[in-house]
Design a protein around this ligand. Structure first.
Ligand code: PEP
Length: 257
């Protein structure tokens, strides 16, 4: 399968500026002559104030990109405190996380809000990393597939196939994010296949087979190998473990050879 293999590090609201510079330096120095990592897409996703610096430091490393953790739901104007997709793009950034569960729950972002953001991000030729995930309660109620289907349908399925094909998806069960609880490789594969089948029904096999679907939720240097061995898991969106250069590099090396 020719899908892109991707490891993205979501630094969230961590690191002071000097620490962020140190981390990007450690990662880029390690990756400079790392041929094993060349074919893997690597995305560093720091806070807004560090985007330009991280983008500059990543420059020259093969398949290395910078992403933002969020963007405004409007294109521009009187929205104090917000950062537009166009501003993000102007910093040399290529990816934007949309719909992270922390945004959905703490900032009450709805599927409709996220649909708007997807349109704005694609309109700037940026790549959305669109996150979906069910709560522990929904999984116990066996409603996890329905939740994921609705999140994808409501926010993405209005897109024409050519635009949809530009999206990266991330399955992040809410109960696994930052908790140390990881989905088993069986649970991850089952959901990733469900998502791919859903895409196939809407856009056809070719599109479904080219979409990268990342797993996120306590993925770390120890469990990445097992998760990345699943046929429909195309990499990871990594939170905590992406803050330690050595662990992030180990995760990048965790794809089957
Ligand atoms: C995330 O926030 O996207 C995430 C997966 O976090 P963690 O790896 O810390 O669970």
């Amino acid at each position: 399968m020719n899908r892109k293999k991707i490891v993205a590090g979501n630094w969230k609201m961590n690191k002071l500026y000097s620490e962020a510079v140190e981390l990007v330096d450690e990662i880029t120095i390690a990756l400079k002559d790392d041929e094993k990592a060349d074919g893997i897409v690597k995305i560093l996703i720091p806070s807004f104030p560090y985007l330009r610096k991280v983008a500059r430091h990543s420059h020259g490393i093969k398949n290395m990109f910078t992403g933002a953790q969020n963007c405004a739901h409007e294109e521009g104007g009187a929205f104090t405190g917000e950062v537009s997709a166009a501003m993000i793009k102007s910093l040399g950034v290529s990816h934007v996380i949309i719909g992270h569960s922390e945004r959905r729950s703490y900032f009450h972002e709805t599927n409709e809000d996220l649909k708007k953001k997807v349109n704005i991000v694609l309109g700037q030729s940026l790549t959305p990393i669109f996150c979906v995930g069910e709560s522990e309660e929904k999984r116990h109620a066996k409603e996890h597939f329905a939740v994921i289907e609705k999140q994808i349908t409501d926010s993405l399925f209005h897109l024409p196939a050519t635009e949809f094909a530009k999206v990266v998806l991330a399955y992040e069960p809410v109960w696994a994010i930052g908790t140390g609880l990881t989905a088993t490789s069986h649970q991850a594969q089952e959901m990733h296949l469900f998502i791919r089948t859903l895409i196939e029904k809407k856009y056809g096999k070719e599109t479904a087979n080219m979409i990268s679907i990342l797993y996120g939720g306590s993925c770390n240097a120890k469990n990445a190998t097992e998760l990345f061995a699943c046929p429909d898991v195309d990499g990871g969106l990594i939170g905590g473990a992406s803050l330690v250069a050595k662990d992030f590099i180990t995760i990048i090396h965790s794809f089957p050879q």
